[in-house]
Design a protein around this ligand. Structure first.
Ligand code: GRF
Length: 194
């Protein structure tokens, strides 16, 4: 849990690599009076992606990180987090794996969204695998990030039915809609006012 003092909002950074639909929904939530965050910073390892176009349009401070060398990339990111007094990191389609030392340094303050009902289907291609295995349900999960991929403590999940004729594409579409609603709920849940 991340503690909030009084009515102040905390600074949050969203890490992306692409489309940015969760970034959009987090930003929308942050603008609500009742929200507990300000989206101060967007970090991306890619420059020409819709999420960055959106950040530019909304005038959110963003940084493109060259990931050729992971150590120096993470050092740069950590400095930006410190400079912007970031108290919560939201991974939203960030396609790089954070190192153990980065995660340890930032404490229990990094959360991620994953398009499956964890602990099932960690990693990539979740929808294909769920359909192939004839699962009745799939969904999405927001969880704390720990040192193992998609394995941290679960904060919140949304379950949806897999339909008879579902393809990975349309299942993804339906789940993404739920993701966009779930992420703000998860943020609100992990931030505790004291
Ligand atoms: C989402 O499906 C999320 O669960 C996964 O990556 C995708 C990101 O989508 N980790 P978007 O960029 O937020 O639209």
């Amino acid at each position: 849990m991340v503690k909030l003092i009084g009515k102040n909002k905390i600074n949050c950074a969203v890490f992306i690599s692409g489309r940015g639909s969760n970034l959009k929904s987090i930003l929308k939530y942050s603008k609500k009076k009742s929200s507990k965050i300000i989206v101060k910073l967007v970090i991306s390892n890619k420059c020409n992606v819709p999420g960055i176009t959106f950040a530019k349009k909304k005038k959110i401070n963003f940084k493109i990180i060259n990931y050729k060398n992971i150590k120096s990339a993470e050092k740069k990111i950590m400095n930006f987090l410190k400079k912007n007094k970031i108290k919560l990191v939201c991974l939203a389609g960030f396609m790089k794996i954070l190192s153990k030392s980065f995660i340890r340094k930032f404490g229990n303050k990094i959360i991620n969204i994953h398009p499956s009902l964890l602990p099932k289907y960690k990693g990539l291609n979740t929808h294909e695998r769920a359909i192939k295995n004839n699962e009745k349900y799939s969904g999405c999960t927001v969880h704390f990030v720990n040192e193992k991929l998609d394995s941290g403590k679960i904060i919140i999940q949304k379950k949806i039915k897999i339909l008879k004729n579902d393809t990975p594409k349309n299942l993804e579409k339906r789940i993404l809609k739920e993701e966009n609603k779930l992420y703000p709920k998860a943020i609100s849940k992990v931030l505790i006012r004291i």
